[in-house]
Design a protein around this ligand. Structure first.
Ligand SMILES: C[S@@+](CC[C@H](N)C(=O)[O-])C[C@H]1O[C@@H](n2cnc3c(N)ncnc32)[C@H](O)[C@@H]1O
Length: 392
């Protein structure tokens, strides 16, 4: 038989087993594609009452799940079989069928006794465990999901990051004094393409009895235009974006200030504006800390060995910069938590500094600690301190 013939027979058997209700699972193996995928297992799943197929792709460090309508699952298997995957086994209650490809792409189709004697009860959709609903249209507008509400495999890590961020902010809100606020004003500095800004707005505005007004501040006008356009199309009347540099954006009264991976001292500008705007929460994930590294040459002598090597020196500068920000936040009356935001697998810039306004904080002690850190590490100028020193 030609390879097309065996493949067609296999795919027809796959489709027929689903129609006949004898389908148990289909596995794809012998991955020869460019990525780090290992195998895919397709099993029945019920989503909002509809029979679909769940495909779990095993990668070296994670599993990626994608749900397909039946016809799309068949199309998907047709596409990857013989290209990325050189082996597939269809398990039905009637028989097991294996299609294999040799290096020269000739095929063998073998049939055997069924491994399974009964069809599993379709698993229910697990997507509901995510705080962000994957079917929300703005996710398609941002390119995170396809038009059918399924997260694109290439955007799965981003989607998980978005969900994790929304969970963190929701949890911080519950610890803050705006937990029961009927209106929340949020500013997101360095909002970029708006992934997190849209998700947070959608989440905050969804709570009955709570109004949300979210402003994204972004230096790149083309991103601002895209985000404003999508906000209008999504019907998100409380979500707007402004094309302005963080340092130049007008200070505004604020409940929550966010700056995730806003570059270098834009994080300080955001923290400063949060403090000036009396934000209950200030949430930043700093990156590109360039300001302090050149100043560490004046650190106390015992640190010479630590700061001798360029890479270690930059890492110390990152830590000193962020510790300085935390202490300055405490000195302004915030309780500070430092947590890991995303897995180091995705970015090394994974530290999240969360500051919650709290009148009980020992501000004097924080000021002393900041002064000691500054003296030990030898820096004389830190952007947030400079901004705060100008505060009336
Ligand atoms: C790495 S992206 C992060 C985007 C988004 N916050 C996220 O985490 O997905 C950083 C964004 O900050 C913007 N940015 C950098 N410096 C800025 C500044 N001084 N003022 C406003 N935006 C800035 C950049 O243009 C970029 O879009």
């Amino acid at each position: 038989m030609t390879s097309g013939g065996d493949k067609d027979t296999f795919l027809a058997g796959f489709e027929a087993s689903i129609s006949a209700g004898t389908f148990v699972r289909l596995t794809l193996g012998k991955y020869r594609g460019a990525g780090d995928a290992e195998k895919i297992v397709l099993t029945p799943v019920a989503i909002k009452g509809a029979a679909m197929l769940k495909a779990v792709t095993s990668h070296a460090r994670k599993d990626v799940t994608q749900n397909y309508a039946v016809e799309d699952a068949v199309t998907f298997v047709e596409k990857v079989l013989g290209a990325d995957y050189l082996s597939a086994t269809l398990f039905t209650t009637a028989e097991d069928v294996t299609l294999g490809y040799t290096k020269k792409k000739t095929t063998t189709l073998t049939r055997g006794k069924p491994t399974f004697s009964s069809v599993p009860v379709a698993e229910h959709n697990r997507a509901k465990q995510y705080i962000v609903d994957a079917s929300r249209p703005y996710l398609a507008g941002l390119g995170v999901s396809d038009g059918k509400g399924a997260i694109k495999p290439s955007m799965y890590a981003k989607f998980k990051q978005i969900c994790h961020f929304v969970e963190i902010v929701e949890s911080l809100i519950s610890e803050s004094d705006v937990r029961d606020a009927s209106a929340l004003r949020v500013t997101d500095i360095g909002s970029g393409k708006g992934y997190l800004t849209f998700a947070l707005y959608d989440h905050l505005a969804a709570k009955p009895g709570r109004q949300a007004s979210v402003t994204g501040i972004e230096i790149r006008p083309e991103l601002v235009a895209l985000c404003n356009d999508l906000a209008v199309k999504s019907g998100f009347s409380g979500l707007t974006f402004e094309a302005v540099a963080a340092a130049q954006s007008a200070p505004r009264a604020n409940d929550i200030m966010i700056a995730l991976h806003a570059c270098d001292t834009a994080t300080d500008d955001a923290i400063y504006q949060g403090i000036k705007g009396n934000a209950a929460l200030i949430v930043t994930a700093p990156c590109c800390q360039h300001e302090l590294a050149p100043q560490l040459t004046r650190a106390v002598k015992p640190l010479d060995g630590l700061l001798k090597f360029g890479l270690f020196k930059q890492r110390q500068a990152d830590l000193v910069t962020d510790a300085a920000r935390c202490l300055l936040l405490e000195a302004q009356g915030y309780t500070v938590k430092v947590i890991e935001f995303v897995s180091t697998e995705h970015t090394a810039k994974n530290i999240l500094i969360a500051a919650i306004r709290d009148a009980r904080v020992d501000r004097t002690q924080a000021q002393k600690q900041y002064a000691a850190l500054k003296a030990q590490m030898g820096f004389t100028s830190q952007h947030l301190e400079t901004l705060l020193s100008k505060q009336p």
